[in-house]
Design a protein around this ligand. Structure first.
Ligand code: ADP
Ligand code: MG
Length: 264
């Protein structure tokens, strides 16, 4: 009698407490507990462990969606043999997060088009979200545009503050930003606001020498670079383009399979 009353009340109580995993699992785990004579503490701990684990999974899934990382660009799919100057060990250490994120250290990823800057930064972002950190991936030009709109609407400070919830902001393709197209001092405001507090990862085709085209005046360029590099890890990826290499490999494959027995 009491048992059926309890059974009827449980779904309501579990909904009220927002414990969907316990609600889903208690009938089967309850059965096991009954037949095997588990102590109450063990039954309760088993159910709650499932709830905690699923809650963490749901949080990670939410943060991954919110990070807007390009799909499929993870460390698993990144070929480290192609980029001898960035080792898997180094990137794995960064992917653990913590100390460099705590000090607001930046990462600057330089290299010509096609060497894997976007892929590697997205992969690092992905790993950091899985380690429990909030990350936002954006093309730098998109973010500059958003911040400009915020400035026009007199809410730039609030917009920059809103980005504080992200421990790492990935600004892809900084060198595509042109001061002629936009009021890029918003970018400087962002860099200043995050300085020594929140990390930024920047990818760029052009080294610092070419950054005069990005900021409104040379003094601001120097000040921006100064803040970015004060605590920074600089990775130069000066290999051949991975796109061109794989395209070349495909061409070689096609030619060698068309001619399986080359003379001599
Ligand atoms: P970048 O941002 O430097 O221009 P991308 O990251 O966009 O280069 O890389 C170009 C293409 O080559 C992408 O499809 C990317 O996934 C792939 N790629 C680049 N480097 C690697 C690598 N080391 N391993 C696997 N794929 C790579
Ligand atoms: Mg890129």
């Amino acid at each position: 009698m009491t048992r059926t009353t309890d059974t009827a009340r449980l779904p309501l109580l579990l909904t009220e407490l927002r414990l969907p995993t316990v609600a889903r699992l208690w009938p089967s785990i309850g059965d096991t507990a009954d037949t095997e004579g588990w102590p109450a503490a063990r039954t309760l701990a088993t159910l709650l462990e499932h709830e905690v684990a699923e809650r963490a999974n749901r949080r990670t899934a939410r943060h991954l969606a919110d990070a807007r990382l390009p799909a499929g660009k993870t460390l698993d799919t990144f070929d480290f043999a192609a980029t001898p100057m960035v080792s898997l060990a180094r990137i794995n250490a960064l992917a653990a997060g913590d100390s460099w994120l705590d000090s607001g250290t930046n990462i600057l990823l330089f290299g010509p088009p096609g060497v894997g800057k976007t892929h590697l930064s997205a992969a690092l972002g992905h790993a950091l979200v899985e380690a429990g950190h909030r990350v936002l991936f954006t093309r730098t030009t998109d973010l500059v545009q958003q911040l400009q709109t915020a400035r026009q609407e007199l809410r730039l400070a609030a917009a920059i503050e809103k980005l504080d919830k992200y421990r790492l902001l990935i600004l892809d393709d900084l060198s595509y930003v042109r001061k002629s197209q936009a009021e890029t001092s918003v970018l400087f405001e962002l860099i200043s606001a995050r300085y020594e507090r929140r990390s930024i990862l920047i990818t760029a085709n052009q080294p610092f020498g070419a950054w005069d085209d990005i900021f409104p005046d040379p003094a601001m360029t120097v000040a921006a670079i100064d803040r970015l590099v004060h605590h920074a890890i600089i990775l130069e990826m000066n290999t051949a383009s991975y796109r061109q290499k794989t395209a070349q490999a495909r061409i070689t494959d096609i030619t060698s399979s068309a001619d399986p027995s080359p003379s001599n």
